[in-house]
Design a binder for this molecule. Sequence first.
Ligand SMILES: C[S@@+](CC[C@H](N)C(=O)[O-])C[C@H]1O[C@@H](n2cnc3c(N)ncnc32)[C@H](O)[C@@H]1O
Length: 417
Amino acid sequence: MYTYYMQSLLILGRQPALGMAELESLYGADKLRPVGEKAVIVDVDPCLLAFDRLGGSVKFCKVLTELDTVELKKIEKFLLKVSPGHSERMPEGKMNLGLSAIGLKTDVKQLSATALTLKKAIKKTGRNVRVIPNKSLELNTAQVLHNGLTKETGWELVFIRDDAKTIIAQTVKVQDIESYTRRDQGRPKRDAKVGMLPPKLAQIIINLATGKLPEDKLQNICDTPADQEIPLTLLNQSVLDPFCGTGVILQEAALMGYYPYGTDLEQRMIDFSEENLTWLISGNSRLDSIDFRLSQGDATTVAWKEVDFVASETYLGTPFTSLPSSENLERSVATCNQIVKKFLQNIHDQLQPGTRLCLAVPAWQIKSNQFKHLPLIDQISDLGYNRISFEHVRDGALIYCRPDQIVARELLVITRK
Ligand SMILES: C[S@@+](CC[C@H](N)C(=O)[O-])C[C@H]1O[C@@H](n2cnc3c(N)ncnc32)[C@H](O)[C@@H]1O
């Protein structure tokens, strides 16, 4: 009835298209098998997967098996057979058990009932079990972390519908939400006026800009004992953010092993970035060998030196909180378009052919899920760039937006011709 795999499966975040494009950029389309909308099997050595640098994947699981059914009752029947054996192989202590279901026709009540049935079966082996209650069909990252479900005595099983089958996977790692909060809210300088780029989105932008990871340089994390910190993979390449603001992208680039290089029109922003980077690096011994460069400059005219990748959230225009008049909207569109276009013209001859860029540019949500795009996107080839297409993500889907937001961010992934 089932076969055994030891494949890696990633559960994508709130906007799965962004997470999928990030994975395609890093590992290549042929290494990915999407499972429904929210999950993907990744054919990469798990020791080299570098999960900590993925902004768009929330859970890292290992595939245990695939069943020829999509019915929860049948999944439960199978698990009743294997769970007691699994419990016996675990180290002593109370077991924490959690269940998540993605794409199955079930509800929280039924899933909770299955968890209780499994609990009873495991208890018969003499082990105490605590079930983590489901508030929804998927346990969130905080629930997994706070209940130790990725520890040796934890067990989160994720059921993911795969057409007429169901993949059963076990969560191995989840995103380190505390670390994200620390480097976002804990940094000395923040500025609501230039916006608050979430660190996870900054990671996605960098991964889209850098493309495939050089496997020979990646740390084999399995070589690091569990009680030791994974050393930094120093990539010896620079990431330029020409609209660096308070430096969120620069911070994430440093944590990913790149040399941050930031410029901004405002000296105040350069000072903020400097303070934030100094705070990050001085508080993290892994970053001792990271040097950064910062200087004030107008992105439409400045000359940069030694740029390997460009990752940036550009000027986003007026931060509209409600739909503006068409006149005001057009004015903001024209200003943003002019700045980004002139920037692309300015940097073109300063980059080596083939250099990758990922720019978060504004897109305006004029109706629910309907966007006005920056006009220059249609002229990208005339500006001397090629737009990168993704096999598993349709063009135009790379938009980061909340339902009520007017100014969204569209991720433009291009190479210099
Ligand atoms: C949306 S903010 C970027 C925020 C940034 N991601 C952060 O971490 O704070 C855009 C930035 O572009 C800068 N900017 C606007 N016009 C510019 C220009 N012509 N050249 C360089 N920077 C510019 C602004 O000062 C602002 O800091």
